[in-house]
Ligand binder design. Sequence first.
Ligand code: AMP
Length: 365
Amino acid sequence: MTNCASITMQPKILGMLGSGQLGRMSALAAYRLGIEVVGLAPDSDSPLAQVCPSVIQADYLDFGALDQLIQRCDVITLEFENIPYEALAYLGRSGKLRPGAELVGLTQDRLSEKQAIERAGLRPAPYRQVDSATGLARALQDLGGQGILKTRRLGYDGKGQQRVSTADNLEAVWRGFDQPCLLEGLVEFLWEGSVIVARRPGGVELQAFPLVENRHENHILSETLAPAPKAGVALAQEAERQARVLAESLGLEGLLGIEFFITSEGLVVNEMAPRPHNSGHWSQAGASVDQFEQHVRAVMDLPLGHPSVVCPTRMVNLLGAAATEQNHWLSHDGAQLHLYGKRSAKEGRKMGHVNILTPEGFAGL
Ligand code: AMP
């Protein structure tokens, strides 16, 4: 008779800061791998809390709650980069936070983000620091008379930014900002794309997803075509190379989404996010490993998947009321619907997405 002595399986526990859809989909991927998740976020009934039995409802600066997270978890990650730096630094001292506090902190400020891009030898959009109306006038002069004024902190999906030119009333524009900003020169891009890269602690392994094309409406991602139909082999390889260089230069532990402007003179890095990225959702249907599982594997220091395209895929974001079109998508062959369980559908709010398998490619799109 074979020896049936049982082996005790001790599940690993992953802490998740933030409770939105990226946390929800990362948690679902973690559970698939037998990893338990403990969330920490201030809100209740969140997309994460609906799928995760253990969410500590607390402010990010509640140090008792942070201690609980440290005690309960093997590794702590995040799905949202704007966690107060003090909380990140505190968690970082436990040695369990991935990506590290320094890297995440750097992406919270557009200035330090651009400086990191430059340190890695890559090209950000031209920029000037702006801290006053006269500074704005000077920056506009330097950058050709027009640009996009952006708050250094807490801007996303077009929030905290405004197109400006020397013809505007700059005193009035500045009164609407009145905080540390950057003016970015207008980049004349041909199209926009992104690459998501995963790196294990110590750089033991690094894997990149292929370059995808991103289309925006009102500064919000509306759809992604993967792999990017407009990219030749050389451009796709160069984007991947730059993503790898950035991940190495930052000592990434986890996942990094890098957005590019594709111009006639090459690639310009727009911005980066140290977490799963909306432009990677297509991988749930179209790639050999999806970005959420890759996120979990990277932070848990598990072997990474080798992302390859299984089927060209179009990802469409369901923003605001578009989430009510679920029956349309459910009756669409080859469409995979994801809804995030959010209770109110404000205009422009990311409510869900659809991954549409497109084996015939993207001609006409
Ligand atoms: P962001 O939130 O900074 O990524 O900006 C959202 C979108 O606004 C980008 O995806 C672009 O479509 C556009 N945008 C932002 N910055 C620039 C720029 N410097 N030049 C041209 N377009 C920009």
